[in-house]
Ligand binder design. Structure first.
Ligand code: SRM
Ligand code: SF4
Length: 689
């Protein structure tokens, strides 16, 4: 990296000279000496009376007395000997669960302790495991392993997430090591999938051979590697310290080790994270202009490839400060869109990302986790101050943000050319839940044709590298398991998402994934009642609490659980995922949704401008008007359908359609109508097959 001259504060230079101290590893299970670095603060403390005093590296700069209050999790991290103690010890006990400190630490290893909230009496503990797959890339062997593990050690289903990873629910403590080591030995990892560090890095999941897409994916992989923990706690814990060789590009190693601008803890086992890691989770997405399949503005850092007129990547635009989570009735917490920070040449991206991460590491709040995300730092500082602090760690000024074309949401569902003679096929999976016949069939196809897959940020899956001759048999096999081409799926389902919520998420206030099939059916029924056609759609996202895991605050119609069987309704997101929705109504009971949805859709149908999306319409009309319509609504008299087509004169066809419909949570009649309708539309448009 070339650098320009900048001036640095005294605090930055202080970290350059760190005395190296040899201490004994204290976890009792490992006897080797480890070397720890002293950084800004030196804390001497005793973990317990039987343990030696430790000198630890911490990442929080010395602050005035009033600011030194730290949250419990900060203390747990500090005392953990780099995420080991007391997790190591807790995993060895016969109890089905682990204690509070270990529960916090196991997140850094990619796992959450959970219990089934549907069950009464003693808690039945299990663990959820989350993988880390930059760009959603999953090699064939890893897919097959995850599929097996779900049956052998999980609840028999795989869950694709909104960040291009797998979640495996229901793993018992005694099986954790077997499951973790199987993932590691199948080219997978769960390291850093959760915890106060960089999470899975998103990038468009389409396996296009195009230069810009390839470059975005490569960049996502490099950023993920740059910010992967280095101190070995993960491999010590799950594969007894076995060295797992991952060939890191030299530019990643160089960027990680570079300390020319006071970013690092020299000689520390965690040169970027120190002992305290980050104040909170941290999320990054990379994409190319126009492709907003990654919900770019919801990330702490959004990186966009900028190319020259020949399509050659030149550099990156960088956005900062996005985030979704909030707390009900606490207006000081809020979802926020990322805003432009500036442009960097392509060879500087890792240095720029590291500078942003370090700015958050040093300045993000560590006293109250509700306010620890980087969005709150940027909100309180303003972007100008934030930029100038980042520039000190970056060692350069950011160039002006380059102009970008409009964003579009891309789903990559259906069949597409990869651009290298192969095809890929994107499959819609309702809420990312792969189970039953669908799971068996997907596995068969992936195994038989030896396919790699990519997971999308919308809980869907892409089968990659398919030969043209395989298209027909694969389409037919998938269809028999309910994995239909997108034109046969209700458009409402195609863009809808719900988080897992009940019964395993401890933070859920109400249902999301289990409730959404019924809600979508009811929305479709309201559409029919007010005269909206089948091809029209709105982006619907549902969460069981305000944390925002399925990004409901970007939806045109967001449902956010705010009580048992009740939801806050958010309106005003756009189909391209570029605007933040706003809270419209609170505590709408699930059985009363129609009272709100009918008037809104009725007036959308009648008063919208040409091609105006529902989200844009709600913003143009204003919430006062919408509220008036809802308050005065007396119901719409539904007109009986003009035509009544009798379907299913033969039982065989009915049984087959019924079976397929059940897989999609529909009635046989609904599915048959969809198929006929799509067929007729395709014929009309001259696209009939
Ligand atoms: Fe999330 C916590 C599930 C994406 C914001 N999220 C949780 C936990 C782990 C509950 C917990 O802390 O015990 C949930 C586990 C449920 C379960 O039983 O499986 C959970 N989050 C999910 C997933 C599986 C939802 C999904 O439907 O796919 C997603 C996994 C992503 C991954 O693969 O890494 C998931 N979570 C998100 C997103 C969306 C995103 O990242 O693009 C967000 C909003 C964006 C953001 O972070 O600002 C999100 N999850 C949260 C928050 C609120 C964070 C905040 O800033 O306030 C929590 C709670 C917390 O961190 O304290 C949370
Ligand atoms: Fe759980 Fe809330 Fe996230 Fe849903 S949004 S998975 S209920 S934390």
């Amino acid at each position: 990296m070339t650098t320009t001259t900048t001036s640095f504060g005294a605090a930055n230079t202080a970290v350059l000279k760190e005395p190296k101290i040899q201490i004994r590893s204290f976890d009792g299970l490992r006897s080797s000496n480890s070397s720890l670095a002293l950084t800004r603060n030196v804390n001497l403390f005793s973990v317990s009376s039987s343990r030696p005093s430790l000198i630890r590296a911490v990442s929080t700069p010395v602050k005035p007395e009033t600011e030194t209050k730290r949250s419990k999790v900060e203390i747990i991290k500090e005392q953990s000997n780099y995420i080991r103690y007391p997790l190591n010890e807790e995993l060895l006990t016969d109890a089905p669960n682990i204690n509070e400190s270990a529960t916090q630490l196991i997140k850094f290893h990619g796992s959450y302790q959970q219990y089934n909230r549907d069950e009464r009496g003693a808690k039945s503990y299990s663990f959820m495991l989350r993988t880390k797959n930059p760009c959603g890339k999953v090699p064939n062997k890893l897919y097959l392993t995850m599929d097996d593990l779900a049956d052998q050690f999980g609840i028999g289903t795989l869950r694709l997430t909104t960040r291009q990873t797998f979640q495996l629910h229901g793993v018992l403590k005694k099986n954790l090591k077997t499951v973790m080591s199987s993932i590691i030995h199948s080219m997978g990892t769960t390291l850093g999938a959760c915890g106060d560090l960089n999470r899975n890095v998103l990038a468009p999941a389409a396996p296009f051979a195009r230069k810009d897409y390839q470059f975005a994916q490569k960049t996502a992989e490099n950023i993920a590697a740059l910010l992967t923990p280095q101190s070995g706690f993960y491999y010590d814990m799950w594969v007894d310290g076995e060295k797992i060789l991952t060939a890191e590009p030299p530019e990643v190693v160089e960027a990680r080790n570079d300390n020319s601008h006071g970013t690092n803890f020299p000689d520390s086992p965690e040169p970027i994270y120190g002992t305290q890691f980050l104040p909170r989770k941290f999320k990054i997405a990379v994409t190319v202009p126009t492709d907003n399949s990654v919900d770019i503005l919801t990330n702490d850092i959004g990186v966009v490839v900028v190319t020259d007129t020949n399509g050659e990547p030149q550099g990156f635009n960088i956005y900062v400060g996005g985030g979704m989570g909030r707390t009900h009735r606490l207006e000081t917490t809020f979802p926020r869109l990322a805003e432009p920070l500036g442009y960097v040449p392509k060879e500087d991206i890792l240095y720029a990302v590291k500078a942003i991460v370090v700015t958050q590491r040093e300045n993000g709040r560590r006293d109250d986790r509700k306010y620890s995300r980087m969005k709150y730092l940027i909100s309180s500082w303003g972007i100008e101050k934030f930029r100038s602090v980042v520039e000190q760690y970056y060692g350069k000024k950011f160039e002006p943000f380059r102009e970008l074309p409009e964003w579009e949401f891309k789903s990559y569902l259906g069949w597409h050319e990869q651009g290298n003679s192969g095809l890929f096929c994107g499959l819609h999976i309702d809420n990312g839940r792969i189970g039953g016949k669908m799971k068996k069939t997907l596995r068969e196809v992936i195994e038989k044709y030896n396919l790699d897959v990519q997971l999308t940020p919308n809980q869907n899956i892409i089968l990659c590298g398919i030969r043209k001759a395989w298209k027909r048999p694969i389409t037919a096999t998938l269809a028999q398991a309910g994995l239909l081409q997108p034109k046969y799926v209700d458009p409402l389902n195609l863009t809808a998402m719900a988080c897992p919520a009940m019964p395993l998420c401890p933070l859920a206030i109400t249902e999301a994934e289990r409730g959404i099939p019924d809600i979508l059916k009811r929305v479709r029924a309201v559409f029919e009642k007010v005269g909206l056609t089948y091809n029209e759609s709105v982006v619907i996202r549902i969460t069981g609490c305000p944390n925002g895991c399925s990004r409901p605050y970007m939806a045109e119609l967001g449902f956010v659980g705010d009580g048992p069987n009740s939801y806050q309704i958010w309106l005003g997101g756009t189909p391209s995922q570029t605007a933040l929705a706003r809270s419209f109504m609170n505590k709408v009971k699930i059985q009363e949704l129609e009272k709100v949805l009918e008037p809104l859709f009725y007036y959308w149908k009648r008063k919208r401008q040409s091609k105006e999306s529902f989200g844009d319409f709600t913003i143009r009309m204003g919430f006062e008007k919408l509220q008036e319509w809802v308050d005065k609504w007396e119901g719409v008299v539904s007109t009986p359908p003009k035509y009544n087509l009798r379907l299913f004169s033969d039982k065989d066809t009915y049984d087959k359609i019924d079976e397929l419909a059940k897989l999609q949570n529909k009635t046989a009649h609904q599915l048959a109508m969809e198929i006929i309708r799509n067929y007729a539309t395709a014929q009309q448009n001259g696209k009939g097959e």
